[in-house]
Design a protein around this ligand. Structure first.
Ligand code: GLY
Length: 286
């Protein structure tokens, strides 16, 4: 049986245009990790991933949910995805508007016939599910938009395995900021979020690079084909560096090994916790 493991991230390049210092990111990630860890032990991997991503969406210092960046036309359009390895179902929302927790809509979709919904249809579905209208725009993001600040990165995510071996990955993003209205991020694609019983991955960084590399599904497939998670991630990041792709990721394998990695010049803010044979492993990197 694997030791339960949880790893969360607050984006690669998350501090791009930031108005708070690194200690604030560190403290937010550490407290969200602890809250989601308790959920992991009590209710399992899927509940823990949902809890972690919801808390990250609620924290305005991250670019997801409240505090998402604005697109060029001053609207916030958010995207999120969830993949639960036990069900083997990828579900997601693309460019949803005015909801507090895009990850909850992705969660609701995983039990339906059509599992990825975009734009107005996604927003209408959230209302059908009883989700209230929520304004995710903060003064800081408005000011970034006034300055036409075009970003490259910013996303949140979580990957967990519980003691029964159930693995789950989730990602949520406000996009890159000042992008063409309707641009689609990597997060609600299998390049940005993927999980099987072998491993789960959530990516962050330049969405177009992540999609061009098929990063998350590439790593999971390598593990399914016999590579260790460390080998699969190292191989994939080496390729990314060779091709000039810029992104970071978090991952967990079926045995509960957590890994975080970033391509050259990227820094992924993450926090993880593993219950192993010896003692809990705690780390916050940035
Ligand atoms: N990874 C965030 C984005 O490109 O939208």
């Amino acid at each position: 049986m694997p030791g339960p493991t949880l790893i969360i991230h607050g984006g690669a390049g998350a501090r791009e245009g930031s108005h708070v210092g690194f200690p604030q990111y560190q403290s937010s990630l550490a407290s969200i990790r602890e809250a989601a860890w308790r959920v992991l032990l009590a209710d399992g991997a899927r509940a823990a991933v949902l809890a972690a991503v919801r808390l990250l969406e609620d924290d305005p210092i991250f670019n997801a949910g409240l505090g998402s960046r604005l697109q060029r036309d001053a609207a916030v359009r958010m995207s999120a995805a969830l993949m639960d390895a036990e069900r083997g179902v990828f579900s997601g929302v693309i460019n949803i508007e005015r909801v507090r927790h895009p990850i909850d809509v992705a969660d609701a979709l995983s039990g339906r016939q059509h599992t990825v919904i975009a734009g107005a249809g996604a927003t209408a579905l959230a209302r059908d599910l009883g989700m209230e209208v929520f304004d995710p725009i903060t003064e800081h993001r408005l000011e970034e938009h006034r300055q036409h600040l075009e970003g490259d990165t910013g996303t949140v995510g979580a990957v967990a395995v519980d003691e029964t071996g159930r693995l789950c990955a989730g990602t949520s993003t406000g996009g890159v900021g000042y992008e063409i209205p309707g641009r689609v991020s990597d997060s609600p694609t299998v390049a940005g979020t993927f999980a099987s019983t072998a491993a789960g991955v959530s990516c962050t960084g330049i969405g177009e690079h992540i999609v061009n590399h098929g990063a998350a599904v590439r790593i999971v497939t390598r593990v399914e084909d016999g590579a260790s998670l460390d080998q699969a991630v190292a191989h994939t990041i080496a390729e990314a560096d060779q091709r000039g792709f810029e992104y970071g990721l978090i991952a967990v394998d079926g045995a509960g090994r957590p890994v975080s990695a970033s391509s050259r010049d990227m820094v992924t803010l993450f926090a993880s916790r593993t219950q192993g044979e010896d003692q809990d492993f705690l780390s916050v990197n940035g």
